[in-house]
Write a protein that binds this ligand. Sequence first.
Ligand SMILES: O=C(O)C1=C[C@@H](OP(=O)(O)O)[C@@H](O)[C@H](O)C1
Ligand SMILES: C=C(OP(=O)(O)O)C(=O)O
Length: 431
Amino acid sequence: MKLTIHSKGLNGVLSVPGDKSISHRSIMFGAIAHGETLIHDILRGEDVYSTIEAFRAMGVQIEDDEQDIRVLGQGFKGLKKPQKALDMGNSGTSTRLLSGILAGLPFETTLLGDDSLSKRPMDRVAIPLRLMGASITGETSRVKLPMTIQGRSRLQKIEYTLPVASAQVKSALIFAALQAEGDSIIVEKEHTRSHTEEMLAQFGGEIKVIGKTIYIPGQQELKGQEVTVPGDISSAAFWLVAALIVEHSKVTLKNVGINETRTGILEVITAMQGLLEISEVDETAKSATVTVRTSSLQGTEISGDLIPRLIDELPIIALLATQANGQTIIRDAAELKVKETDRIAVVADVLNAMGAKITPTDDGMIIEGKTKLHAPQRAINTLGDHRIGMMAAIAALLVEEGEMELERAEAIKTSYPQFFEDLNHLMKKSQ
Ligand SMILES: O=C(O)C1=C[C@@H](OP(=O)(O)O)[C@@H](O)[C@H](O)C1
Ligand SMILES: C=C(OP(=O)(O)O)C(=O)O
């Protein structure tokens, strides 16, 4: 598709779609709990549909009246062997979290994915789940999809220190630990998003978190709940950056999720001297209104324990840094290489084709500021990565002349189906 170039300003108010991480988990907790779970404001993105279809294929009744979703759970034991392999599409979260559930179920299941997901590492879940007693196909250190899991109904408890900072691996082990015999202990490498721990408590489960150590008793039974999904800060990030870098902009985003394990981008914007206001904070829903306006920005350094708190925002933060005064350095972010694409290489490639000066490193990027972006000589391809597609669409707004073509733009539906409608809404308000 042809991208809109040269925005004269983005203005208006938006509610971004539901949080993807919480949406996946609301289906999963609903399916393993007993009774009805009612979900409001779920993300209707393709990744979440992969999770919904997987649980339907395992016999869970999931009703959708196009407003709310009702999941009628019958506990772990209510899950049945699916008739065929489960297609996880593009979704790493569906695959890894589901592995932890399947590890304790007494049947064999095969998980498949698209080209991008089939290249991503699954040994990070296979290794600890095997230690708990599940059988998982593949070589020890190179497990990829398709992956077959033969679960074991008497899973052993685990004491495990995560070798990577990953909420997906942590969550897979929490789901397995809930089915195990005895108490499990999981130690995080860095604090990562805490949605699984929080939702487990909400569904009546027992969990204790002390620093980076998580204690979970085995053989728990959960009860269905009502869940309202807040807006996704990872989707809001595209408008935050767009408003900061496009002249004459002011954008207000309502109902943005502000769980503190996710708000690294707000800290980066503040450190870069971006004009940012947070209002209408709802402590219970963990959401707030965030307003940003065009700003004169300073380069910064992003590293260490901040990285897991903004991991999915780094592509769009890289674009932000190209417009700041001075250099920005991103370190400790090697995990970017195993997302939907190698996001270090692809971000540098796309933005450098537009005139940016980004040097990819082993674990991040060095980004020169104040670079003027122009239309690239070639079409940009998302390579199936939704966040690369949205980042390119925002970068296009800075281009003054020429044309920009985005190939495989449909990947954006993974996490933000109405992205271009929302862009048009903010552009119209500016005319
Ligand atoms: O648990 C989750 O919902 C997610 C965790 C992160 O992945 P990792 O656990 O692989 O870092 C993140 O990149 C992904 O978009 C969603
Ligand atoms: C990495 C992402 O998702 P997943 O791992 O679920 O594919 C993402 O949404 O940026």
